[in-house]
Write a protein that binds this ligand. Structure first.
Ligand SMILES: CC(C)(COP(=O)(O)OP(=O)(O)OC[C@H]1O[C@@H](n2cnc3c(N)ncnc32)[C@H](O)[C@@H]1OP(=O)(O)O)[C@@H](O)C(=O)NCCC(=O)NCCS
Length: 206
């Protein structure tokens, strides 16, 4: 009884911590889904917008510094970064890069202000990966730990390395992909701050 109360209390604290972390997100436009988890010490900033879909997970020290649209059921490991490819102008003659025009400037809008990252549903981004703006990571794709993603990733592709290149496929055939998507659509998935063993994982009927 006491153990259950303690576990419930700890889960409540973790849920509140996510709320506080999301409230500290700095972006003119923000939209967050339900059943999210945000780990400790995140940096969530964007010049225009940050959107995170339902049931997604951001690990510890995730760093978002560009516009992003993160889908549903996305798993973002610890220390993943999403950064603006052209945050700082470094081509203007006579201006040190430190003082080059910055994408976050309100006074002098940057032509790159609207660029960002799109992460579709059911994607896993491994520990420490860096995703540059302008990239779309397709539905169901997997990004290996430590990768630097500079180009779009096709759906259900596994990419790795710097630059991240395809190293495999998540499923064996398009038939399997279709079955996976149907089962997911008809299923119910909810996380629990009590831990993985308390998740609801109910794929649709086979
Ligand atoms: C992407 C991943 C899932 C692939 O696992 P897998 O399907 O077992 O694939 P393999 O280990 O067989 O690797 C396939 C190829 O990709 C390469 N590869 C895998 N991970 C890599 C990485 N992080 N960086 C560079 N290359 C990598 C392998 O060397 C292999 O290449 P090869 O065929 O030339 O030998 C796994 O490597 C990974 O990075 N997982 C993320 C772990 C993580 O971040 N956990 C945090 C908890 S959320």
């Amino acid at each position: 009884m006491l153990a259950a109360l303690k576990a419930g209390g700890a889960a409540l604290v973790r849920r509140l911590a996510t709320r506080v972390r999301l409230a500290r997100c700095r972006a003119p436009s923000r939209a967050f889904g339900i059943d999210l988890h945000v780990g400790s010490r995140p940096r969530l900033w964007a010049p225009e917008r940050i959107e995170i879909g339902d049931h997604s997970y951001l690990g510890h020290e995730v760093c978002i510094e560009t516009n992003c649209r993160i889908g549903r059921h996305v798993l973002i490991a610890n220390r993943v970064a999403m950064v603006g490819r052209r945050d700082h102008d470094f081509r203007t003659l006579g201006v040190p890069v430190r003082f080059g025009h910055w994408v976050g400037s309100v006074k002098v809008p940057s032509p790159h202000r609207s660029e960002g990252v799109v992460i579709d549903d059911d994607v896993w981004i491994g520990f420490g990966a860096i995703v540059l703006s302008g990239v779309r990571i397709g539905r169901g794709a997997i990004v290996a730990a430590g990768s630097v993603v500079r180009a779009d990733v096709a759906p259900y592709t596994v990419v790795a390395g710097n630059p991240a290149v395809p190293v495999g496929a998540r499923f064996k055939s398009t038939d399997e992909i279709e079955r996976h998507e149907t089962l997911m659509q008809q299923g119910t998935f909810m996380s629990s701050e009590r831990g993985f063993d308390h998740f609801i994982v109910r794929p649709g009927p086979k």
